[in-house]
Design a protein around this ligand. Structure first.
Ligand code: S3P
Length: 185
């Protein structure tokens, strides 16, 4: 796909576990395609006026998840662009249905070492705030990977890949997916 000629008809929704690079890759992808970028975590923080740890702490995870569904539905009604989602968003059947209807989903699949290296010293993720963070991350991989696998496109990402490599792999995956959809029509 030539970047200049590619017109994004649908939003690309990046899904995957904490630390897989949704936000950093998403920003680069948006710049490359000349479209807008949005991070759903940032939008939730903005509309709640609280950080994610504060939302979990004061309102509870349920409220955060409700906010996630609302924000994603609202953003999907806007112009096509790149959307990075929080790691738990695509686990919601409601979110998956919305994404399936209105967007193309891309799972950034990473191994535990890649994820752990990226999240281990970074605060701000309530699910990984305890001493057992690595065990929690491993458990979330087991629980969530079968669900992320429902994404339209799967792109593998490793610690040694640059974001540029991942962006190229996503663009190739999207081109293949769009061509396949046209064939199936
Ligand atoms: C979460 C992932 C976080 C954030 C929240 C919950 C999850 O986003 O939405 O802490 O359930 O996996 P990132 O995946 O961007 O870290």
């Amino acid at each position: 796909m030539s970047d200049a000629s590619h017109k994004l008809d649908k939003t690309l929704v990046l899904v995957g576990l904490m630390g897989c690079g949704k936000s950093s890759v998403g920003r680069r992808l948006a710049a490359r395609l000349g479209v807008g970028f949005v991070d759903t975590d940032d939008e939730i923080v903005l509309s709640a006026g609280m950080s994610i740890p504060e939302i979990f702490d004061r309102l509870g995870e349920r409220a955060f998840r409700d906010g996630e569904v609302k924000v994603i539905s609202r953003l999907l009604a806007g112009p096509p662009g790149i959307m990075a989602t929080g790691g738990g968003a695509f686990i919601s059947p409601l979110v998956r249905a919305e994404v399936e209807r209105a967007a193309i989903s891309v799972w950034l699949r990473a191994d535990i070492e890649t994820l752990w290296e990226r999240v281990k010293d970074k605060p701000g993720r309530p699910l990984l705030a305890g001493d057992d963070a690595r065990i929690v991350l491993e458990r979330l991989m087991k629980e969530r990977y079968p669900v992320y696998a429902a994404a339209d496109i799967v792109v593998d990402t490793h610690a040694e890949n640059t974001h540029e490599v991942v962006v190229n792999d996503i663009l190739q995956g999207v081109a293949r997916f769009v061509a396949q959809q046209k064939e199936n029509k």
